[in-house]
Design a protein around this ligand. Structure first.
Ligand code: NAD
Length: 350
């Protein structure tokens, strides 16, 4: 395994990781350690090119700085990606990548993201201690997805209260794009709250199973973003909200788990211009990293910490949405401002 540094003006450290024998190519990006060790998941995807993977890791690691600050965690932002099909991942790839993480001596902590599982994290643990999201061991926090889903569900209630004057989701039509780790848990929570579900997944079997489990209506992947509904929950991949796709959205609220849902700032402004309330992704989906943080920080009372942080995130969401309306500025811009203020306060206190 060998690592090559990539120069950037925007990030503290970016490494390209390669192990020819293991068939591994990947990147680790540390955006900021100003608030603490950089933390963020490891994603494996069949990227179209190395440039695409690098762009993803740079964007995602910056997003983690914002998300960790939004959740007021003593953690900075980082992320890692491996190029390839997760169905074909090997132990040798994970071990080689783990050695690269270990070489950063705790400046970056990893956990699971798309294409990774707690079992993969256990393999990585064989080479480095700087990994969380494990199923076993002191302070193990397991799969963060159920907590992420809980956070998204609470954020939807806050948005509903802002939009309709009541947080109650009973009888609301909620469209979920992606029924993976988070989407499935979210569907469960929403169904238990009496919402009616419309779902879509690239995996038709998963979507069919949701129809059976939750009485959900299934639509084709290309139809989900523009389906008539009250709330749209993007829970698959990033970049789905473009100026084009926003023009077709028929929901009154957009609130989901996917990272980087907005293709650009203009897409967020287009949502606001159409009167659609958007809950900034990194505020809605911060539950997962809060759960992971209990393991990184070695906290004994995980449940208490998680519920306190989720409560604080609810308050923050409500403030962002209220300020957005009062100042006539898109919620994603308000969220960026609020977090930038928090980062600045931290810098001046340090
Ligand atoms: P996952 O890989 O388990 O699930 C994603 C699902 O989306 C899969 O079932 C996939 O088939 C489906 N999908 C992909 N493209 C689709 C499309 N165009 N239309 C419909 N379905 C599609 O991932 P996950 O862990 O559930 O995470 C979902 C999103 O939430 C990701 O963007 C992830 O980065 C983000 N997120 C996850 C967590 C977490 O705790 N897992 C935390 C924060 C953010």
């Amino acid at each position: 395994m060998h690592t090559t540094r990539i120069d950037t003006d925007t990030h503290e450290t970016v490494l390209r990781v390669e192990d020819a024998e293991a068939g591994l190519t990947g990147f680790i990006a540390i955006h900021s350690t100003a608030r603490g060790p950089a933390a963020g998941g490891l994603r494996m995807r069949p990227y179209g090119s190395e440039d695409e993977a690098l762009e993803d890791v740079l964007r995602l690691s910056r997003g983690m700085t914002l998300k960790n600050a939004a959740a007021d965690l003593p953690l900075g932002g980082g992320k890692a990606v491996i190029l390839g099909d997760p169905a074909q991942k090997t132990e040798a790839q994970l071990r080689a990548f783990a050695r690269a993480i270990d070489g950063l001596a705790g400046r970056y902590w990893t956990a699971e993201d798309m294409g990774m599982s707690p079992a993969d994290m256990a393999v990585i643990r064989g080479e480095t201690r700087y990994v969380a999201g494990l199923d076993e061991g002191a302070h193990a926090s397991g799969d963060p997805s159920p907590v992420t889903a809980r956070g998204v569900f609470y954020a939807m209630r806050v948005a509903a209260a802002q939009r309709w004057g009541s947080p109650v989701l009973q009888g609301r039509r909620v469209a979920i794009q992606g029924l993976g780790h988070v989407g499935w848990h979210l569907a469960k929570l929403l169904r238990a709250a009496g919402a009616d579900l419309i779902v879509s997944d690239m995996d038709a079997e998963r979507a069919a199973w949701a129809a059976t489990s939750f009485g959900a209506e299934v639509v084709a992947p290309e139809a989900i973003l523009s389906v008539p509904c009250d709330i749209l929950a993007p829970c698959a991949v990033g970049g789905v909200l473009t100026q084009d796709s926003v023009a077709g959205v028929q929901a009154e609220i957009v609130c989901g788990a996917a990272n980087n849902q907005l293709a650009d700032d203009a897409a967020g402004d287009a949502l606001r211009a159409r009167g659609i309330l958007y809950v900034p992704d990194y505020v809605a989906n911060a539950g997962g990293i809060v759960n992971v943080a209990t393991e990184i920080l070695g906290l004994a009372d995980r449940r208490r910490f998680v519920s306190d942080k989720l409560a604080a995130l609810r308050v923050m969401t409500a403030r962002i949405l209220a300020r957005s309306e009062a100042e006539a500025v898109s919620p994603h811009r308000v969220a960026d401002d609020v977090v930038a203020e928090r980062l600045l306060r931290h810098d001046s206190a340090a």
